[in-house]
Design a protein around this ligand. Structure first.
Ligand SMILES: N[C@@H](CCC(=O)N[C@@H](CS)C(=O)NCC(=O)O)C(=O)O
Length: 215
């Protein structure tokens, strides 16, 4: 199998955590053509984005959540919580990251890359992302992992999103982004000690530093 990847992408980072944690044999490659281009859409992923996982039967799977759950199944469920309630909670945490936290981060990112920044839009993005953290606060467990005391697909989904919260919000005047969500803050501190997550967070931090240098 081959994973088309970009180290800074929080979505691709989810898949790398799953790969490192399961030890599956997958080649990690840069996209063979620019993201969003017709070439990339034709050759790899019709959606035009990373991550994309090329399977041995020729199928190419897009969408990080689908890829993480596929890798988990291929590993015999190493990232699956042991109870139906735990599995539901893990899926819910992934959806909160995607539906309620990531859109606000996306707004901030687009503004930071814009020729002229709109402070009102940046504030809107920060408020939306923090509202999403408030939702996560209801479901994340306060131990080292999001669900069931061990690494699961919930951690794969949410840790890269929290990386961006902790890296980007302080740059826009939110010095303590987890101040009103102490459980999420404690989880974020603890989960960084997991070896697979630490490895991916380091890759993301290096890629972010590189991006910042380029401006
Ligand atoms: N819903 C997708 C989102 C993937 C995504 O937005 N990837 C970005 C990189 S972070 C991308 O490839 N953007 C290129 C483009 O939109 O042209 C997932 O979960 O995999």
């Amino acid at each position: 199998m081959k994973l088309y990847n970009a180290n800074l992408s929080p979505y691709a980072s989810r898949c790398r955590i799953a790969l490192y944690a399961t030890g599956l044999n997958v080649d990690i490659l840069p996209p063979p053509a620019p993201l969003g281009s017709d070439d990339y859409k034709q050759q790899v992923n019709p959606i035009g984005k990373v991550p994309a996982l090329a399977l041995d039967d020729g199928t190419v799977l897009p969408e990080s959540d689908v890829i993480v759950q596929y890798l988990d199944e291929k590993s015999g469920g190493k990232l699956t919580p042991g109870t139906a309630e735990g599995r539901a909670k893990a899926r819910l945490i992934g959806r909160i990251a995607d539906l309620y936290i990531a859109p606000g981060l996306g707004t901030i990112f687009r503004q930071l890359g814009a020729a002229e920044r709109d402070p009102a839009k940046i504030a809107e993005g920060a408020a939306e992302a923090k509202k999403g953290l408030g939702l996560l606060e209801h479901y994340v467990e306060s131990g080292a992992y999001a669900v069931g005391g061990k690494l699961s697909h919930a951690d794969c989904m949410v840790a890269p999103t929290l990386f961006f919260i902790s890296a980007i919000l302080p740059r826009i005047g939110e010095a303590e982004p987890f101040a009103s969500t102490p459980k999420v803050g404690a989880y974020w501190t603890a989960v960084q000690k997991d070896a697979s997550i630490a490895r991916v967070l380091k890759e993301m931090a290096e890629a972010l530093a590189e991006r910042m240098k380029r401006g």
